[in-house]
Design a protein around this ligand. Sequence first.
Ligand SMILES: NC(=O)c1ccc[n+]([C@@H]2O[C@H](COP(=O)([O-])OP(=O)(O)OC[C@H]3O[C@@H](n4cnc5c(N)ncnc54)[C@H](O)[C@@H]3O)[C@@H](O)[C@H]2O)c1
Length: 621
Amino acid sequence: MAADADTRFTVTYHRSPHAGRLALMTMDNGQDHTRPTTFGESALDSLEAALDELEGQADVKGLLLTGKPFVFAAGADLDAFDGATAEFAERAARAGHDAFARLRGLPYPSVAAINGVALGGGLEIALHCDYRTVSTGARALGFPEVFLSILPGWGGTQLTPALIGPQAALRAIVHNALDQNRTLKPTDAVELGLADRLLEPVDFLERSLAFLEGLAAGEIAVDRHPPEPDQLDAALEAARQAADAKTHGATPAPYRAIELVEFAARGGDLAQGREREIAALTELLPSRQAQASVYGFNLTQQRVRRQPGRPDAAPREVTKVGVLGAGLMGRQLAALLLHRHEVPVVITDVDQNVLEAARAHIEGELDQRVQRGRLDADKAGWLASVTTYARDAEALQGADFVIEAVGESLKLKQRVFADAEKVVDEGCVLASNTSSLSVAAMAADLAHPERVVGLHFFNPVALMPLVEVVRPGRASDEAVATAFELAKTLRKSAVGCADTPGFIVNRLLMRFMGAAAQAADSGTRFADVDAAIKALGLPMGPFELMGLVGLAVNAHVARSLHEAYPDRFPLNPNVAMLGELDLPGVYDWDAGGEPFAAIRERWQVEPDAQPLAPEAIRQRA
Ligand SMILES: NC(=O)c1ccc[n+]([C@@H]2O[C@H](COP(=O)([O-])OP(=O)(O)OC[C@H]3O[C@@H](n4cnc5c(N)ncnc54)[C@H](O)[C@@H]3O)[C@@H](O)[C@H]2O)c1
C-alpha cells in the first residue's frame, strides 16, 4: 500500500503564444525513483479529482501527461492485489477504466510524455492519450501482467492491437511477458508505433510540450499506419503455442489475453472489449496462479532487492577475480563476471583441454554479444585480453575475490583454497560455489578462515536470477558484504543463508526430486513424471533438470542431505546409481529423447508397484 499511498495527479497550466492555454498533468508519489509511482484506489481518486478540475476549464487547448524523474508510472499497486477478491478485482478494473475513459474523452489533444519507466497500467494510461512521446532515457516499457497470471485490464488488450496491429500487440502483451518478462526499449516502442516521437532526455519535456503545441494549433499531423491483420490466425496460433510451451497450460492468463487481442483485432467494439477485460480480470486476479505470482513478484522484486542477510559493513573493492575450475559452472561464472563486472578474470583448471573449451565458450559469448550489437567490438577485445587461463594458482596473484567451482569434493575444495591462500593477499575473499558441502569445513585449516563464504549460483548461470550467500560462523562481515555486493553487480538476487547441507534451494529441491524418483520407482515412465510436473507451470521436469545439473552432482547433493538428515532425506538407490553412470543426463537427446538404455536397464522398479497418475505425482511433489 505504501507505494501508492501518496500518488497524486497535479495539474498546472502554461500559456503558449500560438496554441493557447495548455495543461500539464504530473503523476508523482512523492518518493524517489526506487519507489515508482503506482496506481491504487487513492491514485485513481486523485486522477478523477484532477479531471474534475480540468473539465471545468473551458479554455484549455491541450494536455500533457508525464511522470516524476525516471518514472512515468509502473502500473497498478501490486501490494493491493495480495488476497484480492473477485469484488475487489472488478471494482479496481472498473475504476481504472472509468478514470482513463474520461482522460480519453477530453475534447482536445492529449500527449503522454513517457519520460521514464512505463509498465502495465502506466503504459495503459499513456494509450488512453491521443499521442505519445518517449524519452530515449526511459528504461523500460511493457506489459508484465501475463507474467503475473493476469492481463492488461485497463484497456491494454483493446487499444494496443488497434494502434500497432495484433501481431505486435501479441508480442508486447504475451510473448514478452512469457519470455522472462522482457520489456521494450524506447526505440522498440517507436518502431512498433506505440509512441509517435523519440526524444532525448535533455529537453524531453520542452520538446514534448512543443509537440503538443503543434498538435493543438493544428500545425502537426501524425500519420499512423497500423499493419493490416493479414496474418492474424498465424499470429494467434504462434501466441497460443508460446503459452503452451512456456506454461504447459498451468495458467489461463495468456490464453485469455490472446482471446481479448483477437476480439479487438476482429473489429470488436471498444465498450464490449472493456467489459470483457473487466470480466477476465475479475476471474484471474483472485485465482491461485495470480496470487502466487504476485506473492513471488513482491518477494523477488521487493524483499530480495534489499538483500536480506547482508551485514552492515563496507564491501571490499573487487578489481581482479579468480575462478577455480573451468568446467560447466566455472566457465559460465567467468563469462558472467566479464560481462557484468568488467575486471580482469583468471580462470584455472588442472585439465588443459577443459581450459581450451572454457576459452572457446567465453570468447564465443563475447563474439555473440558483439554480433547482436550489445557489446562494442573494442570492449570485447579488451575483455578477452584481460582473461587469463592458467593451470596453477600462481596466476591468482592480485585477486580480491576468488570463487571455486571445482568438483564437489571437500578435500579438493580444501586443497584449492589452501593453494590460493598462499598466493593472494590477506583481504582477498575466497568463495565456494558448492551445492551442498560445509563451507566452514573448507575454511577450517586456512590461515584466514574469516575470508571464506559460500556464493552458490545456479545453472544456467546467466539465466538463473538467484544466488545464495552462505555465511559460515567465522566469516567476517566484510567478506559476506563483498559477496553480496558482487552479486548485486552481477544483477543477481542474493539471499543470505546458513551453512547447512543443501542451503535453501537444494534442500527444497531434493525433497521434490525424491518424490519424482519415487514415482519412477513405481514404474511411472520418466517422461510421464516430467509431463505431470510441467503441468504445474515449471519450465522443465525433474528428470530433465537432472540432466542440466549433472547426474553426479545431483547424486552428490542427495547423498549430502541424506547424511545430514537421514529420516527426512532417504537415499534413493536409483538416484545414487545415476550418479555413477558417466552419462550427460537421463534422456538421450541425440537419439530422439528416449532415456539412455543403461538407465532403463539399471533403474530398479519396485515389484508389484503401479505407475502413478499425473495428479498423484503432483500431490507427492
Ligand atoms: N552443475 C551444476 O548445475 C551446479 C550448480 C551449482 C553449483 N554447482 C557446484 O559447482 C561446482 C562445480 O560443478 P561443475 O558442474 O562445474 O563441475 P565440472 O566437473 O564441470 O567442473 C569442475 C572442474 O574443476 C576442475 N578441477 C579439478 N581439480 C582442480 C584444481 N585443483 N584446480 C582447478 N580446477 C580443478 C576439473 O578439471 C573440472 O574441469 C561443484 O561444487 C558443484 O556442486 C554445480
